[in-house]
Ligand binder design. Structure first.
Ligand code: PAF
Length: 281
């Protein structure tokens, strides 16, 4: 496994791989956990060369969203990449990425401003800007993303399509603790009792899914999820929504409904989602 720090180095390192076969990119902000491992494993099975990027992107954090406190630990991250047999780790400095806030930006309008985007203005613009840059640097054939970040995935898919990146996207299922809590780098902020409290996000989604499957309206499912989140001590709900999986607006009368929740637990803001299928459609 080769660890590279500059754009020139990553391009030079990938040149022979590019000639030999498909390149897969697993973009990350480090603090790797079993969810990231599942992306690395999926990539390892499918492509010839696996590239992991480790970069905590300042542009996707709002002023009070804890950029400096975000968990960092390159040694442990490199050990995970080595164990999962990555070929190249791209771990650039902030200077190398040279991302000055508000200068060159990439925005997917509409989708970036609703649900999670409403709660975190400019977050998705920061994500799109760094992802566009990473795609230009690595030029992968396949991009690996986790289902937990469902709205981010929809936005990146739109970015890839609209800017003709010619990369296919593989979304891997959310990896969960036995109690249902979705793995997230932000779980590192939580004590063991807070981790237990945080499992309520998944319980709320399961209850919302059951309601949708029983033909309740999206509004009824939202109310149920909101009540479950609000009843859990130590959890401050942000939103609990039932939306169309593509537009993230009100669901159509038939077909799947995407349930999305966000809540603050201790020092962490957590998100999760689940798809519910209605009997009709
Ligand atoms: O999902 C993440 O970890 C980040 O948003 C990403 C895609 C690596 C961009 O910084």
């Amino acid at each position: 496994m080769k660890v590279v720090r500059t754009v020139d180095e990553v391009r030079a390192e990938l040149a022979p791989h590019r000639a030999a076969g498909a390149i897969g990119l697993v973009p990350t902000m480090g603090a790797l956990h079993d969810g990231h491992r599942s992306l690395l494993r999926a990539a390892r099975q499918a492509v010839d060369a696996v590239v992991v990027s480790l970069f905590v992107n300042p542009l996707q954090f709002g002023p009070h969203e804890g950029f400096s406190a975000y968990p960092r630990g390159e040694g442990a991250d490199l050990a995970v990449c080595e164990q999962e047999r990555a070929d190249v780790v791209f771990a650039p400095s902030a200077e190398e990425m040279a991302m000055e806030s508000g200068v060159t930006t990439v925005t997917v309008a509409g989708l970036s401003e609703i649900v999670e985007g409403r709660a975190r203005p400019s977050h998705f613009q920061g994500v799109c800007t760094v992802v566009a840059k990473l795609l230009n640097i690595v030029r992968p054939d396949v991009l690996y993303l986790g289902q937990k970040d469902v709205q981010q995935n929809a936005i990146i898919a739109r970015l890839v399509e609209d800017l003709s990146y010619g990369v296919s996207i593989t979304v891997c299922p959310t990896v969960r603790q036995p109690d249902g809590l979705a793995l997230s780098s932000r779980n590192a902020y939580l004590s063991s009792s807070q981790l237990t409290d945080a499992a309520v996000l998944h319980r709320a989604l399961l209850a919302g899914r059951a309601r949708i499957e029983q033909e309740a309206t999206p509004e009824e499912a939202e109310r149920e999820m909101q009540e479950i989140l609000a009843a859990q001590q130590g959890v401050e709900p942000d939103y609990a929504r039932a939306v169309d999986p593509h537009s993230f607006k009100a669901p159509k009368d038939e077909g799947p409904v995407l349930l999305v929740v966000a809540a603050r637990v201790g020092g962490a803001r957590l998100i999760d989602n689940l798809t519910a299928h209605r009997a009709r459609g």
